[in-house]
Structures are given as C-alpha cells and as structure tokens.
Design a protein around this ligand. Sequence first.
Ligand code: HGY
Ligand code: MN
Ligand code: MN
Length: 382
Amino acid sequence: MGGGYRRYVWTEPEAELRAWFRAEALARGLAYEVDRNGNQWAWAGDPAAGDAVVTGSHLDSVPDGGAFDGPLGVVSAFAALDLLRERGLPPGSRPLGVVAFAEEEGARFGVACLGSRLSSGLIEPARAHRLTDADGVSLAAAMERAGQDPGAIGPDPERLARIGAFVELHIEQGRALAGLGRAVGVGSVIWPHGRWRFDFRGEANHAGTTRVEDRRDPMLTYAHTVLAARKRARLAGALATFGKVAVEPGAVNAIPSLVTGWLDSRAPDGGTLDALVAGIERTAAERGGRDGVTVAVTRESHTAGVAFSAELRDRAAHRLGGAPALPTGAGHDAGILSGAVPTAMLYVRNPTGVSHAPAEHADEGDCLAGVTALADVLEGLL
Ligand code: HGY
Ligand code: MN
Ligand code: MN
C-alpha cells in the first residue's frame, strides 16, 4: 500500500504495541492493568487513593496512518513520568497514571473512541458486541481471540471516579502552531462530529446491455451525493468527507446493486452539523428518487462538541508561558472523558499539518518540547 501503519485493535500488530506498553510500565515499576474494555493502565501510586492525575492517548491507527497520531501521546506520557521522577516527585503526590485507550480511531469496528466510550457509558455494551469489522468478525470474537473477555465490557464509573484530571498530548492535526511559531499549544474545544453510513440501493444489471434509461444505478446517486456534500460543507463553513466506500457486487461489467458510503462530518457547532447532514441526506434522497435508487442513512458514531476544562486549559497555558489555545475538528479520548473528568489537551507542532496519512510528522525537538511541557503541566497538578 502507500506506506503508513495499520495498527487495528485486537490484531497482531496491536498486540505488539500492547506488549510494548506493558514492558514500559513494568520496567518503571508501575502497576500494570488492562481494564474491562481493553484500555491499558500503568500506575505510579495507588489509584484507589483517588484524585489521580492521568495522561496518555491511544496506540491504534487509521488505515495507512502516521507514526505520531496516538503513540506520541503514550510515549510522551512515559517520558514525562521519567522526567518528573528525575526532578523528584513531591512527597504525598497524587497517584499518577499512564493510559492507552483501545480503538480510538474506530478503524476496525467503526465507532471512534470505543474504549473510552465504553468506559464512559456512552455506548451500549450490547451494541458494541455486535460491531463487526470488514471481514464480519465481531468485536466479541476479536476480543476473545486476543484473550480479553468480551462479556465484561461496559461502563467503568469506579475507575473514572478515581481520576481527578486527564491530560492528553497529541500531535496537532493542523498547522496552527507552525503559523504561530510555537512548539506546543493547548486544546480549547473539539468540534461536534460524527459518522453516517449511506446505503444506496439500486438494481444490479449488465453493464454492456442495459440501456441508460433503464438503469437504477446507485453509483450515480452516490457520486452526486459526494459532490453535493462537499458544496454544502463549504457553504456551511464545515467539513464533510466520504472517505470510505464499498460496492456490491463490485464487478467491472455489472451495474452495482448496492453502494455504501461513509460520511464523516464536523462543524463548529451542533446546529450547523445537524443542518449540514440533514441537507446531505435530503440531496441523496432527491437524487435517489430520480435514479430509482433508495437511500438509507444510519448514524454510526457521534461526538457532541467538547469544551476542555477552562481551569485546566488556563493553568496549562500559563505554565507553558502563554501557550496558544487551539480549537480542533479532531476527536480524542480526552474529548470523550471530558463529560466525566476534568480534561486538557496539549498539541505538538506538526509542520505540514498532515495527519491520518503516512506523511504525518513532528520534529524531534518539538516532540521533546512536548514531553517537557507535559511534565511541567503534570507537575503543576501533582
Ligand atoms: O477522527 C478523528 O478525529 C480522530 O483522529 N480519531
Ligand atoms: Mn486520529
Ligand atoms: Mn489520535
């Protein structure tokens, strides 16, 4: 393929990363555990004492994803812990945890931030059990094969109640910091966003004998919808992307029976997002009516807008000498947790802004600045 990584949850590549996380934890004498939803935790101090300070991110990736989205936050968490230990953790410090959340990208089972969403009670375990990957393997079967009990998945309020603050460091997925000449920024908000599956159903037929006027071709309706989505998003000052499509039967010489397209849409506020998606749905239905194609839309994942803890945000920005506060359209586990736990995010400069692609990159100096910034922010919380 075009390079990049395929670190999908409950697969061999991810198992290697899980083993790496466990080894890093044990090498530091941290208490290691995997929770009921497959999220990995490493503790300095006893989390049962409560009011813990936790940092971390995720290790999974999108298909052909970059090296930094997720792993930078987990590696920086361990490195920041090391730095704090070198400085001398203040006696009586709050428990300090490092976490790697499972299936943040939703690349295998289609729901973003599945591990943190399950722990936060934001998705029904029964629905999660039924999620399947492109090969029809269910989440439950994948977990069982990886030695994780799927019967245990579900809300984890006791664990979340022990967390007093969560700080996630992440490569910036944009280039605002590059424009500001800053290595590190803090998160202000995450745009509301979601994923919708569009099923365009037509009539399979022969590509070489079916007159155009006799066709009910779902590919036509799909193509029109993609173009309309782009135009509507531009006019709304929002984002709409059809990045994944599946065609049945997928024969070069057959008119498809079914085209399934997945829409990712994001907007500065919930009203704009709702109106944008509703408009795209209307366009699809209208065009489908002309093409003799039915259109069914299913919302598969949705995250309401997030405003990070203003107190944490300002403390972090101040601690970092006035780091800029940045909005983002990218979802994160910190966004999911923000409903239950005070959360903050730190971003590390991404010179090109490219992410979810092999070319994603952050300079070593900026990554090290990120570790120092994370240690400084955590130290101020301990
Ligand atoms: O899709 C996102 O916004 C995130 O990278 N999971
Ligand atoms: Mn991502
Ligand atoms: Mn990420």
